[in-house]
Ligand binder design. Structure first.
Ligand SMILES: Cc1ncc(COP(=O)(O)O)c(C=O)c1O
Length: 363
């Protein structure tokens, strides 16, 4: 195994393990102080070694989206998983049932049709499946709206043999003014949980949050669980939103300069197959596909599959063919999904390599 970063082949994902462990510890401490359960979303890392560190630090288990991800994590010893996702489609159900027999598994629902199919599968297998109803608190993705729609679906699900309503969950995601957005997300969910309880439906879990809103939503009394994912690594997007600092970014894409076609342009060996095509307003020059450490104003302005073009600042003109750069990716979760392994470093020395064991598990 190469021992220093400059001997690593590129492009590669490099994880600073001290920073990673710092992020894991900080959020675990927050959850303990706030008195909420921490159930990190494993889609960010898809990596068994990181899941184990999260659970050792106090996480109750994992949140995941796909059955394939849950199968990988269950095999690795994670015994408590919430699929915060609508599991729809006949071919998925036998896998869901066998997982539910093996570990503590809970699943998201947001429709009577979806819940009905789960109920029939559970009943047929002679088990009771725990479900959480998804509430749309403003993202406009899955979930039923608070109020009448939620109450009606909860009554429908409560009548289904084979299912037990374990609670409600939401994913609000980013909104400007994170403090107020998270508080509102938590308050809406606690209010809805109380309304359902008054209607005779038992609601144990009120599950909220994300890296941007998890801290403020988690402080709302009555919220029982938060599900941040990106916090383990953070990325350019979280730094831009103010939910992480550059020093809390624990993963970079290591790339090499492969061409210097002109004074102000460098071309890297990391394109959309290493960085994803995601971009955002991370450079003072405009949209960029990430932030180059040490040269934050350079703009990665265009990606091809194998090439990333950088518009250089004056001080970055010193970059030469063969030089290494570290890129904080725009959005770390899909970036990790592209890689087979994470190269782990401590104080600049390579210490381990971890497989991205649950990558590409889209089913
Ligand atoms: C349902 C759900 N919960 C939690 C998360 C974690 O959010 P974040 O990665 O912003 O921390 C996500 C992310 O997409 C999600 O979809």
């Amino acid at each position: 195994m190469p021992s220093s970063i400059d001997t690593i082949d590129t492009p590669a994902l490099i994880v600073d393990v001290d920073r990673l462990e710092g992020n894991i510890a900080r959020w675990a401490a927050f959850a303990r102080e706030a008195g909420v359960k921490l159930r990190p979303h494993g889609k960010t890392h898809k990596c068994v070694e990181i899941a184990r560190r999260q659970v050792s630090a106090g996480a109750v288990g994992l949140t995941l989206a796909k059955i394939g991800e849950a199968e990988v994590m269950a095999r690795a010893g994670v015994r408590d998983i919430f699929l915060a996702y609508e599991v729809i489609g006949g071919p998925k159900l036998p896998r869901l049932i066998s997982l539910a027999r093996e570990i503590r598994l809970r699943v998201g629902v947001d429709s009577a049709d979806g819940a009905g199919a789960l109920a029939r599968a559970a009943q047929g297998a002679g088990i009771t499946l725990d479900v959480l109803i998804e509430v749309d608190t403003g993202l406009g993705r899955c979930g039923v709206r608070p109020g009448e729609a939620l109450a009606a679906l909860a009554q429908d699900v409560a009548r289904l043999a084979g299912l037990r309503i374990a609670g409600i969950f939401t994913y609000r995601g980013y909104r400007s003014d994170l403090e107020a957005a998270g508080r509102e997300e938590g308050e809406v969910m606690v209010r809805e949980a109380d309304r359902l309880r008054r209607a005779g439906i038992e609601i144990e879990e009120v599950s909220v949050g994300s890296t941007p809103t998890g801290r403020s939503a988690g402080r709302v009394g009555g919220v029982t669980e938060i599900r941040p994912g990106t916090y383990v690594f953070n990325d350019a997007m979280q730094v831009r939103w103010g939910s992480a600092t550059p020093e809390e970014c624990a993963l970079v894409v290591l790339a090499r300069v492969i061409s210097r076609p002109s004074r102000d342009v460098a071309v890297l060996d990391a394109g959309s197959k290493a960085l994803t095509a995601e971009h955002g307003p991370y450079s003072s020059r405009g949209e960029s596909h990430g932030v180059i450490r040490g040269y934050p104003d350079c703009q990665i302005d265009r990606l091809w599959e194998e090439h990333g073009r950088v518009q250089l600042t004056t001080e970055a003109r010193r970059l030469r063919v063969g030089d290494l750069v570290e890129i904080i990716p725009s959005h770390v979760c899909p970036t990790v999904n592209l890689a087979e392994r994470l190269v782990c470093v401590r104080q600049g020395r390579v210490v381990e390599t971890w497989a991205v064991a649950a990558r590409a598990q889209v089913q």
